[in-house]
Design a protein around this ligand. Structure first.
Ligand code: ATP
Ligand code: MG
Length: 744
């Protein structure tokens, strides 16, 4: 391992940061300036200095970022040590500590994780039972907000007369009942993972006695609890490195605290702060357009960020006749760009970034029609698909039968002739008796007094079979290690016993094949995961304290389920070595820290961004800034003439035209249409051969025609006015299209 090699691809500020001996180091810099790159190199450098991987905790914001970082460190070091790092999201790191040491603070073994859908289902049930007025979604986000602040309630609880408001009373009851329901089902929600880990480390600091360095990416979006966790991980004397960018703070709604940096300086007054000022990601035109957006925020502390690439291609902003046309336009542009670029771009190089996942439907339809493969990130996720969720729910129940909601979802799938009313009655009876649904039905089929629910004979028989099946699967799981069934065995057992494929065939019509494919995909994921675990990827690096032997530790199934629950927090479907090229559709939130050569941001109109329900306009502006700065070579933004309620739209005010042309021209010529050279310069890839350019030159012509459409689309002309003033860099429709350039 040669430490010099690690430092060779860094500029001087990055170099100083990577090899700093400061105890507490903060790297604050803009997008694309190499913060994550620096953090990765610093982790590798610490290893090269002699730290062991299990001495280092690295917290990233998304599962994908964690994986990428691990790969990059692997490449830098080339000795496989990266797999032993304690590296992941705050949630996954916390889960690992709780799985290993949770018993020290009374957390039951094999706890399940309630994802946001599970949490909502629990709250809905409470609201329904209590006949409350409160909106379950509002209640959920308030509960989460309160937990993210460490359980403190910062909201005003009283009205003017000093009495608790009606809604607050309902909320308080919901909160308490929700906590009880989680406890009863042995579930922890996302917030609990962090809070309980704080409890654990506060009471048992020896759990992290091996940790010597803590590194945190995307620090600007950490919340108070995560800040506490960082302090506890680091204890007294350890090294801390944080990287972040206040301009990219976009999780305020999740109680992320932009103030954490101030807290950091207060807590660790010797913190050394380093700035990085060069952007290595985007073309000059894209960067300056994005800066033009963020600089409108007068409350922001200005910092310098200079492009390292030439100006490149002017970002495009286009208004289309409707959302449907907009989706079609995006698809056509993708096809044209791929064709134009020869071998330079494939579908993996494109991303469509959305303000809200709900916008994806039309785009998905248009992509589907054109036969373009795509992966979804942070929106409707693979794990939410009904057939996948059903199989996962079976696994959850087998792992932890007290999970009321999972059990209620599968108890009649495939049909066991239990009607909706029977299931609701069972749930209510369980609630009244303060037992879990599982104990109630177990008691019923085993005829135990006091736990027996009244059921019809046929339903009781069907339930008996179901209970037996779950018990058998649990036995397979609890067997001594050598005979223990794997997760995949258990999945196959469930599919066979429920005759699931047949059931899909009979009930899902034409969709059954696609649904069965998804089931198979889940099995493949479980197989991959088992391979990963058996290679020592997980958990092995935590020290053995508290007398737990590895064998008694959580089983493969519960690890797999935890992995799924945490992955579906913010993760793509199947980005696990996806076989074919696919474009990415993501929410802007889930695209943080990532980059693509070509980025589309549709629906840039007022009401969508800034979102009509958003409270903080500056956060919406930062969101657009994050989206724009994901693009390396080409950036396309668009909006429809009318929104989904057929109301006239207005362009997002952050994008209002001003002229940056002069500013840009100082740095070199601005291109009005993409060229192979300008793309390859930014991607640092060799341009394609002359032959492939020739083959695609007709595509280039159509692309240019489209970008300067003197005759808009048929019938659209009056409505669909063209604009190209992104961040003000711009042309409007009346302007003459420049002469077509030849591609050399
Ligand atoms: P964000 O704020 O969006 O998370 P970031 O500051 O973390 O951005 P990185 O993702 O680390 O930025 O880097 C952006 C791109 O610049 C990456 O492709 C990275 O490989 C490249 N890069 C970083 N530093 C250098 C460098 N010194 N020389 C060349 N390329 C670099
Ligand atoms: Mg980053």
């Amino acid at each position: 391992m040669n430490p010099d090699g690690l430092l060779s691809n860094l500029n001087s500020s990055q170099h100083a940061a990577v090899s700093s001996f400061a105890d507490t180091l903060a790297i604050l810099a803009g997008p694309g300036s190499g913060k994550t790159h620096t953090l990765t190199s610093r982790t590798a450098w610490l290893l090269a200095q002699g730290l062991q991987p299990w001495n280092i905790i690295v917290a990233t914001f998304t599962v994908k970022a964690a994986r990428e970082m691990k790969e990059r460190i692997g490449k830098l070091l080339g000795n496989g040590l990266e797999s032993k790092l304690i590296l992941g999201t705050f949630h996954s790191i916390s889960r690992r500590y709780l799985a290993r040491y949770g018993h020290l603070i009374g957390i039951k073994k094999d706890f399940g994780i309630a994802d946001s859908a599970d949490s909502l289902a629990i709250i809905k049930r409470i609201v329904k039972r209590k006949k409350f007025q409160i909106d379950p979604k509002v209640a959920r986000s308030r509960i989460s907000g309160r937990k993210a602040r460490g359980g403190q309630n910062a909201e005003k609880e009283t009205n003017k007369s000093g009495a608790k408001s009606f809604e607050m009373q309902e909320f308080e009851i919901c909160y308490t009942e929700y906590e009880d329901a989680l406890k009863l089902s042995n579930l922890l929600d996302y917030d609990d993972l962090l809070l309980r880990c704080v409890d654990l480390l506060r009471d048992h600091p020896s759990c992290v006695s091996n940790v010597e360095a803590v590194l945190i990416d995307e620090f600007q979006d950490t919340n108070l609890v995560q800040f506490d966790l960082m302090r506890l991980f680091a204890a007294e004397k350890k090294r801390i490195t944080i990287v972040g960018d206040p301009d990219q703070s976009i999780y305020g709604f999740r109680a992320a605290e932009i103030k954490n940096y101030k807290r950091m300086l207060h807590q660790y007054p010797d913190t050394v702060t380093i700035a990085l000022e060069e952007n290595y990601r985007s073309s000059g035109a894209i960067l300056l357009a994005a800066l033009n957006v963020i600089e409108q925020d007068s409350s922001r502390v200005a910092k310098s960020l200079l492009p390292t690439h030439t100006v490149g291609t002017r970002p495009v902003l286009r208004k289309l006749a409707g959302a449907y046309k907009e989706a079609e336009w995006i698809v056509t542009e993708i096809q044209r760009c791929v064709g134009m670029s020869g071998d330079l771009l494939d579908l993996n190089d494109f991303a469509i970034l959305l303000r809200s996942a709900a916008l994806s439907r039309l785009i998905e339809t248009a992509l589907g029609k054109a036969g373009i493969a795509y992966r979804m990130v942070g929106g409707l996720r693979f794990y939410d698909r009904v057939e996948v969720k059903t199989l996962l729910d079976y696994l959850r129940v087998i792992n932890q039968p007290d999970n009321n909601d999972a059990l209620a979802r599968i108890i009649n799938v495939p049909s066991r002739r239990l009607g909706e009313t029977t299931i609701r009655a069972l749930l209510e009876e369980a609630d009244v008796r303060k037992v879990t649904l599982w104990s109630l039905i177990l008691g019923t089929v085993q005829g135990n007094k006091g736990t027996t629910a009244k059921l019809q004979k046929s339903a009781e028989q069907a339930l008996g079979k179901f209970v037996n099946m779950i018990l058998t699967a649990r036995k397979k799981l609890a067997a001594p290690v050598k005979e223990r069934s794997s997760t995949v065995d258990i999945m196959n057992f469930v599919l066979e016993k429920t005759n699931y494929e047949r059931w899909l065939e009979e009930h899902q019509g034409d969709a059954h094949k696609a649904r069965w494919d998804n089931v198979q995909e889940l099995i493949t994921q479980a197989t991959d995961f088992e391979d990963l675990v058996s290679c020592g990827y997980e958990d092995e690096t935590l020290p053995e304290i508290g007398g737990l032997k590895q064998e008694e530790d959580d089983n493969h199934l519960s690890r797999f389920l935890a992995n799924v629950a945490l992955a579906s927090e913010v993760k793509s479907d199947n980005d696990e070595g996806a076989p074919k090229a696919q474009i990415t559709i993501s929410t802007i939130h889930a695209a943080k820290g990532l980059e693509w050569p070509v980025v589309f941001i549709p629906a840039v109109y007022q009401g969508s961004i800034p979102h009509s329900r958003a409270e903080d306009t500056n956060e919406e502006r930062r969101l657009l800034y994050v989206a724009m700065t994901r693009a390396k070579a080409l950036l396309y933004m668009s909006y429809p003439l009318k929104n989904s309620q057929s109301e006239q739209t207005a362009l997002c005010p952050f994008l209002s035209p001003t002229t940056l042309d002069k500013h840009l021209e100082k740095r070199g010529p601005i291109l009005n249409a993409p060229t192979v050279q300008s793309i390859s310069e930014i991607l640092r890839r060799a341009p394609p051969t002359a032959i492939s350019i020739l083959k695609s030159s007709s595509m280039l012509r159509t692309l240019e025609d489209n970008m300067f459409p003197v005759d808009g689309e048929e019938g659209d002309e009056a409505e669909s006015k063209m604009e190209f003033p992104v961040g003000g860099i711009g042309y409007t429709m009346g302007q003459q299209a420049p002469k077509r350039r030849r591609v050399e």
